[in-house]
Write a protein of this length. Sequence first.
Length: 274
Amino acid sequence: MKRLYITDLDGTLLNSNGEISPKTADIINSLISDGLYFTFATARSVYSAKPITSAIDINVPCILMNGVSIYDLSADGYIANQYIPVSASEKIVEAFRRADAECFMYRFNEGVLTCYYTEITSRVMKAFAEVRKNNYNKPYVQCSSLLEAADDMTIYYTALTDYEKLLPVKETIDGMEDADCAFYKDTYTGKWFLEAFSAKASKSNGIRFLRERYGFDEVVAFGDNLNDLPMFAQADRKIAVGNARDEVKAAADIVIGTNDEDGVARWLHDEISY
């Protein structure tokens, strides 16, 4: 049986410092060298996901931005992307405006994934951008209007702020046929992420793509947060780390050690023998 093991990153494979521990890297790389198929699904873009996971010899394309993109790390290129129709972008941007919630918009600009924004005043959003600009060289472009910047190469919108501010935006997107969203509490700040994307994109659809493209008979998924529930819906075996939200534990087949206990790697080590 050809089996894929796929894990979320933040709060699951990464520890509380947002890192892959040497122990986790050693265990998983040893298993990969023995034939394990291993990859990840994350809300992160390639700019931060690639360096953060560089200690592991990922051997299956990964799922980025909650299923918007399938990316081959070994070839350093995108395999598939799901784009947001311009008409949907107009509704999404207007929903953020009505809620007075600042957001970032991602689109490809001459083949380069670029983050656009109008004005960012909130401390948490500024910190989010600074880490990604300074640590991961993610390109940011300030523009006068996200509506004017949006085109048929737009793939993602993201905001990080209070639950109450973002809830009306989520409700608007929930009522749209050509867009979907992920709404979940940030692992590090306690604020809430709202991420909007094409209705064709999800961690669930990403797993379906990998299963069909590469012929996996079974998928085992690891997660901790609400945006991992779509991944669980497509997986054959669902595993929650010990620090996962109660909703994720309830949806899981088993609960293992926490992300600070190398839970994913230790379970793989104990479970798999070649």
